[in-house]
Design a protein around this ligand. Structure first.
Ligand code: SF4
Length: 371
């Protein structure tokens, strides 16, 4: 990708590949065991990847540091990470994901000092038993303490992640988690039903995923409870107070370009797709030799590129049809009219479309129909 033109307003994703063990449900790439030297190498080589790919001069409008567990870097590691990244634009949104177990006054202070505007805490549940079953390394009190530290440090935005429909949850536990999350006054909440992916400890232990009925009921409860507290469901799994939507993720869902750095990070630049291979050691060894890290790259056709960018739009509360006067735009408008007759989509105002409550339940099928 070296030499590819930077988008006018680039969005930067940075993957931190380290975790202190693996959660029972986790299918993301991360190293569950690592040495201090690995972190030093990662921080030293990140600028080399950016330089080799011609990205050192970018001025990102949004930065999203995810993983993995970025908070495993600690206060000094976070300072080193931001020193290694290109400086964001003055009004950029800068998000860092954190595990509540790692949050300390020093880490919260370092995040604030480095210009972080948004912390996304992996709360997942406020039930000690459910957290233990999920393999999380924190209890409910650690979430409350972490949220208080983020606020005390003066970081403007706080987001909480919750997992819905965890098998074995008792009646009322998920509702209690929603209420406990709301009590911390976050600006944003993400709610994903549990999925059991091949190769995870849950899958290996034969844990069955929640039924569609249970998952839909939990999502409906989340929408109702968070809605009553002033959160709007702006994407299928994401809720925000007015104006507190995640700018980075919104840009991706709206089909904008983004660049990703670090092992397993993905990029979309014009029609080019790049997915760094999910392996820290191969990433490190290539960069030590001044070579680009191993990656899968693909240049999509104009049609596939447009379809991929459109596919995530339908997950948003409202969206406009791109290129309504083109052949594909007219075909999509005809499909939407048919979906409206089936009660799956509607047009709240001319040129704007939205899924109905039933359409949101079968959003993947609706997106497939439109593509
Ligand atoms: S902390 Fe996040 S990335 Fe790490 S193992 Fe748990 S779920 Fe996966």
């Amino acid at each position: 990708m070296s030499g590819s033109p930077l988008p006018a307003e680039p969005n930067l994703y940075v993957h931190v590949p380290f975790c202190a063990g693996k959660c029972a449900y986790c299918a993301f790439y991360s190293e569950g065991a690592f040495a201090p030297g690995d972190v030093r190498d990662y921080l030293a080589l990140l600028p080399r990847e950016l330089a080799l790919r011609g990205l050192s001069g970018m001025r990102p409008q949004t930065v999203y540091v995810g993983g993995g567990t970025p908070s495993q870097l600690g206060a000094d590691g976070i300072r080193a990470l931001f020193a290694a990244l290109p400086p964001p634009a003055p009004d950029a949104e800068v998000t860092v994901e954190a595990n509540p177990a790692d949050m300390t006054p020093a880490l919260a202070g370092a995040l604030r000092e480095c210009g972080v505007t948004r912390v996304s805490l992996g709360a997942q549940s406020f039930s000690a038993a459910t957290l233990a079953r999920l393999g999380r390394r924190h209890g409910p009190d650690a979430i409350r303490q972490a949220a208080a530290l983020v606020r005390a440090a003066g970081i403007g935005r706080l987001s909480l992640d919750l997992i819905a429909a965890t098998p074995g949850e008792l009646d009322g536990e998920f509702q209690n988690s929603l209420q406990s999350a709301i009590a911390l006054e976050p600006d944003h909440v993400s709610v994903y039903p549990l999925s059991v992916e091949p190769g995870t400890p849950f899958a290996n232990a034969g844990v069955r995923p929640p039924s569609d009925e249970d998952a839909l009921a939990a999502v409906a409860l989340a929408e109702e409870t968070l809605g009553a507290a002033g959160f709007s469901r702006y994407e299928l799994s994401n809720y925000a107070r007015p104006g507190a939507e995640c700018r980075h993720n919104l840009a991706v869902w709206l089909g904008e370009d983004y660049v990703g750095a670090g092992p397993a990070a993905c990029s979309r630049m014009q029609r080019l797709r790049r997915a760094n291979a999910p392996g820290f050691h191969a990433w490190r060894d290539a960069l030590r030799g001044d070579e680009l890290p191993p990656a899968q790259t693909e240049t999509l056709s104009v049609c596939d590129d447009e379809a991929e960018r459109f596919s995530t739009r339908v997950r948003l509360r409202e969206w406009a049809l791109p290129a309504p006067d083109s052949d594909i735009g007219r075909r999509r408008a005809a499909t939407l009219a048919r979906l409206a007759e089936l009660g799956l989509a509607h047009s709240p105002k001319p040129g704007i479309w939205s899924l109905t409550a039933r359409g949101r339940e079968v959003a993947d099928s609706v997106a497939a129909e439109l593509l």
